[in-house]
Ligand binder design. Structure first.
Ligand code: SF4
Ligand code: SF4
Length: 254
């Protein structure tokens, strides 16, 4: 969690979905926070913590799991809470500095559960931190390929750093693993056909996209395209797009 050297979060709303899911998985059930006037903050237009928690809790609820609660607390009440917790711990002298009680209040609020995600979690896709659940339940991210627009070029497979879209062989198919998706959107950026979109907090609609094999009548290369019911073209996607085969010629012996 991005706690700075003063023990404070730079912004409550900077907590990411990945971090919230990691602390939930580690046993935290409730967050208590106190904040200034976010509406008047110049960063106040950023997505709010409450929006993230709402989506996370919708997903947890679908899986029959307890929500990650969040309760705002006035600074004065938090101070009193911290002093009470500190007394219960047998501390001789409760620190009264703002920095100290905020730091103490934070650690008291999360109890023994570590607020620091394990090193692996920093790079884990959010979907791997939430139970997969039944079919149709929402996940933080999910690539969706339109089989009618996809040309089968494999660019998204090669660019995806999480292998959330993979090529299966025999039978040939694109396999989509939404829980592995980190939401980087490299796949949609690279797709010249505009065939892949990255859905947010949605159930993946396609997890396996069957492919049909073809051999290009112009350049002879083998290729595959989504099995969407249409007739497979006699040309590969490259020759189909550029008509480059028209520039090819064959030199015959005398
Ligand atoms: S979704 Fe786009 S990038 Fe991926 S294989 Fe299809 S056309 Fe290529
Ligand atoms: S958004 Fe990123 S991680 Fe997700 S499928 Fe696309 S390239 Fe892979």
């Amino acid at each position: 969690m991005p706690v700075n050297t003063d023990g404070l979060l730079p912004c409550l709303h900077s907590l990411t979905t990945r971090q919230l899911l990691a602390i939930k998985r580690d046993g935290v059930t409730s967050l208590i926070s106190t904040a200034g006037d976010c509406d008047s903050c110049e960063q106040g237009q950023a997505p709010r913590l409450q929006e993230r928690l709402s989506s996370i809790n919708q997903a947890l609820n679908q899986r029959g799991l307890d929500p990650l609660n969040h309760g705002p607390l006035q600074a004065a009440k938090w101070h009193r809470l911290y002093l009470a917790l500190n007394r219960d711990r047998g501390s001789e002298a409760a620190p009264t500095g703002r920095r100290q009680w905020l730091l103490g209040g934070w650690s008291a609020a999360v109890g023994r559960a570590s607020p620091h995600p394990a090193a692996d979690d920093e790079w884990a896709s959010p979907g791997t931190l939430i139970p997969r659940g039944r079919e149709g339940q929402i996940l933080p991210w999910g690539p969706v390929i339109d089989p009618l627009a996809c040309t089968g070029c494999d660019a998204c497979i090669h660019v995806c750093p999480e292998q959330a879209i993979r090529l299966e062989e025999q039978p040939a198919a694109y396999r989509i693993l939404p829980e592995a998706c980190s939401g980087c959107r490299l796949c949609s950026d690279v797709c010249a056909a505009g065939a892949v979109q990255v859905a947010r907090w949605a159930a993946a609609t396609t997890e396996r996209l069957a492919l049909r094999q073809g051999r290009c009548a112009a350049c002879g290369t083998s290729f595959h395209v989504p099995d969407n019911g249409s007739r497979v073209s006699s040309l590969c996607p490259v020759c189909n797009q550029g008509n480059n085969y028209r520039g090819l010629f064959q030199v015959l012996p005398d």
